[in-house]
Design a protein around this ligand. Sequence first.
Ligand code: PAF
Length: 283
Amino acid sequence: MKVIKKIDDLKVIDKKRPIALIPTMGNLHEGHLSLVKQSINLQLSPLVTIFINPLQFGPNEDFETYPRTIKQDKENLEMKKCEFLFLPEKKELLGGIKKLKAPYSNLLCAKKRPGHFDGVITIVNRFLELINPEYCFFGQKDFQQQLIIHNHLKKNKLPTKLVVGETVRDANGLALSSRNNYLTQSEKKDASIIYKYLKEIADKLRQIRFDISKDLSMCALMICDEYKNKFEDKGFEIDYLEIINAKNLEKSKQDDTDLLIAIAVYFKGVRLIDNLPCDLSFS
Ligand code: PAF
């Protein structure tokens, strides 16, 4: 694996195949590594970036304590046959950076984390400009993030194609996240109820769809209330639990078929997010 630190060195990389940009903040887990694998399977050259982006952390968030595990990350990437690793220096990367505003800034994660997605799109755009990759890969777990990137590519008519990798889960169903490292094994097991409840909610929505006397948006609100209580009984603090249109993140309406159940909770002081797409079309 070729490790690149200087922006100028990006310009001279030996491009044997189309580049798949995989931006990360390190502390890599199977979710990230599955994107590397997926890109190799598609005959692409993975270029992973590791940069803990200060622009996307709020003043009371975990920027200082965010896990920094570069040695282990490098070993994992080598093992997965990653081709390029870009480890930019903060000063060079952020110097003179063009700050962007992200859409959907009053929805889901953006409500509790003002400015977070501005920081994300600013840094991702910087990587896109520097690398001009044929593809970029993001995980579906960060659903709002990938939608913002999708919009950014479309709005700016950028040639880079977006590939969204499926959420990778542990054996109990907890979505993999670097922040899971803040939890003990038994807390992780308890947190896996998130996925169990998401699946239950999806089942309920499918039943409702087959009953034309029921108002989907009303039922969605009732289901969310019911499950918020269930989560609270188990010691979770809810940030949001919403059933929304997966294309625009707006509250679900009667005829919507492409839904998303999206959740963010605090558990033992750790913020966890997850989501489950729910296709309600009859086909
Ligand atoms: O998903 C992440 O880890 C970050 O938001 C990203 C895309 C690497 C930007 O810093």
